[in-house]
Design a protein around this ligand. Structure first.
Ligand code: SAM
Ligand code: DTB
Ligand code: SF4
Length: 340
């Protein structure tokens, strides 16, 4: 295995990489799933050091701005109207309530605020106008703004870009061959179409997936290969471990083995070297050593704050202690750049 020397001059934070002929084939990616784990981790750590400052961790905070009652049937999701789950439905929040939460996220150390809506797709009208107002308000606070609102048309992506949106999150979730096992109300191709609209409007693309839904290793390889094959590659890649929520069809799935998560993070880092790779949902199930191994394998972003969208996240105090223990630092970029 070739070990490249870390080179600070070549570091680039979240810059999209052009498509090149050297992209691995699906078979190459599948082979990485059989490689010795620590060899992968060493290789990923080297790639990470070439493109990023390995001491920095980007911290995003989530807020569910419209909760539950979603017409889609994503079998992992507690917000789907198809399943009886503990989630209480809530209409789209007011702008003031959202900006108050954004302010406290910023005070708690987040540099990006991500607003999620349990919508199948964006509809033009007063509610979308309100979301645009939220994006403008979050930007005024000096935070990066991200939204995840479901499917999107090009003209809507343009309006989000005009409001100052930095990132749009829209996950491929799993490999295309397994997609129909997980969701029946939309297709993998629908997801790709939205990502095209986002990219076309000049908004950074945040797209990743979920592990631990019972997918075969082939589907994991396919997911990471498909993410890496986007042209240009995504700037942000969330890797979620399934949060198995009561009432969803996946509620009985056993927890993902730690080594499978570390492996997926390492492969994502190797295949998508310039992206920020986010260790996303499921961290409450992970011990500190596993999270440390994920950071070594190239994860350089987390969600902070007590809640994800509807499920718990680690306590802010324990996250701060973990980062300190590992010698990692939250990125403070957004704050310094835009504060008055
Ligand atoms: N409705 C929009 C959509 O589906 O794109 C945005 C919100 S949706 C909750 C955002 C993402 O959260 C999903 O694509 C999925 O990857 C992730 N997610 C939802 N439920 C999850 C769960 N139980 N465990 C892990 N990730 C989950
Ligand atoms: C992503 O990939 N993970 C986040 C964010 N993007 C929107 C969502 C995780 C949701 C976990 C289940 C919940 O809290 O409802
Ligand atoms: Fe709706 Fe998004 Fe949940 Fe699917 S993942 S049910 S689209 S909120």
């Amino acid at each position: 295995m070739t070990q490249a020397t870390p080179n600070a001059a070549s570091r680039a934070d979240a810059a999209p990489a052009p498509h090149t002929d050297t992209r691995p084939s699906l078979a190459d990616v599948r082979a990485l799933f059989d490689a010795p784990l620590l060899e992968l981790v060493r290789r990923a750590a080297s790639v990470h050091g070439q493109h990023h400052d390995p001491r920095e961790v980007q911290c995003s905070q989530l807020l569910s701005i419209k909760t539950g009652g979603c017409p889609e049937d994503c079998s992992y999701c507690p917000q789907s109207a198809h399943f009886e789950t503990p989630v209480e439905r809530q209409k789209l929040l007011d702008v003031d309530a959202v900006l108050e939460a954004a302010q406290s996220a910023r005070d708690g150390g987040a540099d990006r605020f991500c607003m999620g809506a349990a919508w199948r797709e964006v509809k033009d009208g007063a509610e979308f106008d309100r979301v645009l107002e939220m994006v403008r308000g979050v930007k005024k606070l000096g935070l990066e703004a991200c939204v995840t609102l479901g499917m999107l048309e090009s003209h809507q992506a343009e309006r989000l870009a005009d409001a100052g949106l930095d990132y749009y999150n829209h996950n491929l979730d799993t490999g295309s061959s397994h997609y129909g096992e997980i969701v029946s109300t939309r297709t993998h191709t629908d997801r790709l179409r939205t990502l095209d609209a986002v990219r076309g409007a000049g908004v950074h693309v945040c797209t990743g997936g979920i592990l631990g839904m019972g997918e075969p290793v082939e589907a994991r390889a396919e997911l990471l290969w498909q993410l890496a094959s986007l042209d240009p590659q995504p700037e942000s890649v969330p890797i979620n471990a399934l949060v198995a929520v009561e009432g969803t069809p996946l509620s009985e799935r056993p927890p993902l083995d730690w080594s499978e998560l570390v492996r997926a993070v390492a492969i994502a880092r190797i295949l998508i070297p310039r992206a920020v790779v986010r260790l996303s949902a499921g961290r409450t199930q992970l011990d500190e050593a596993t999270q440390g191994l994920c950071f070594l394998a190239g994860a350089n972003s987390i969600f902070v704050g007590e809640e994800l969208l509807t499920t718990p996240n680690p306590e802010p105090k324990s996250d701060a202690a973990l980062l300190r223990k590992l010698g990692l630092e939250p990125l403070r970029r957004g704050h310094d750049a835009a504060r008055p």
